[in-house]
Design a binder for this molecule. Structure first.
Ligand code: SF4
Length: 238
């Protein structure tokens, strides 16, 4: 196990590492992460546009990296199709699909139909946060494609962060990337991507909680628009 972990890392140590990583390129952050954590690092992949960039860079550094997708059972057909395209393009990646402990039918029996309309925080807890806790238990570090410009709550994310929620270290190699840079990379390397991005869906989550954005709206305005929620809970401190 890596010497660097949630329990041992000091704020000074993380600040020093972040300063050092800021002098390099994104690929250097990814190389550092896999050299430091190796198989103690899991990439939690959303299969959004940023994920296509990260998967491509990760596969250059560690072809058999551990990648997990949280399948809430409520994703768009286009998202499931993209996962198969990624499997074909990067066959050595160790991609696991993590599902909630209870099925949608069991959830409906326990809490009623369409829980996401009435108690979206509970729905996200059951279908995203709890499965993530199960994936990350005992894992030293996890990787995310968060970018600072995505929202005010992400403006201060660093390359390496103490993750209080999962008592882990969270690595975010793309914090400084702009949306145009993500798409430039996708076009340059002809990467697969979710076809819904071509239909005014800049950010894609579960189908019931995602709508296309209108001209001039924020890129995440289509997420949980019906209930006024902004984050699923994976990236909140507690
Ligand atoms: Fe449920 Fe919506 Fe959260 Fe998906 S995004 S887990 S449907 S509340």
């Amino acid at each position: 196990m890596s010497q660097l972990n949630y329990a041992s890392a000091t704020e000074e140590q993380l600040a020093s590492i972040n300063n050092s990583l800021a002098k390099g390129d994104t690929i250097d952050v990814i190389k550092w992460a896999y050299e430091t954590f190796s198989d103690d690092l899991i990439y939690s992949c959303s299969f959004g546009a940023e994920a296509m960039v990260l998967l491509d860079m990760i596969s250059d550094v560690k072809k058999d990296a551990k990648v997990t997708f949280l399948d809430t059972n409520l994703h768009f057909a286009e998202t499931y199709s993209l996962i198969e395209q990624v499997r074909a393009r990067y066959p050595e990646l160790r991609l696991t699909i993590k599902q909630p402990d209870i099925t949608l039918s069991q959830q409906a029996d326990l809490y009623g139909e369409e829980l996401w309309l009435r108690q979206p925080d509970l729905c996200c807890h059951i279908r995203k946060v709890q499965p993530m806790e199960s994936v990350l238990t005992g894992t030293v570090a996890w990787m995310s494609g968060l970018r600072r410009e995505q929202s005010a709550t992400r403006a201060n994310v660093a390359f390496i962060n103490r993750d209080e929620k999962f008592q882990s270290l969270k690595i975010c190699p793309l914090i400084h990337w702009k949306s145009e840079e993500v798409w430039q990379y996708i076009r340059t390397f002809e990467l697969p991507y979710n076809s819904l991005h071509n239909q005014s869906y800049p950010s894609i989550g579960c189908a019931p909680c995602t709508r296309p954005v209108k001209a001039g709206e924020d890129s995440r305005a289509g997420r949980w628009a019906q209930v006024g929620k902004t984050e699923c809970g994976l990236h909140l401190a507690k």
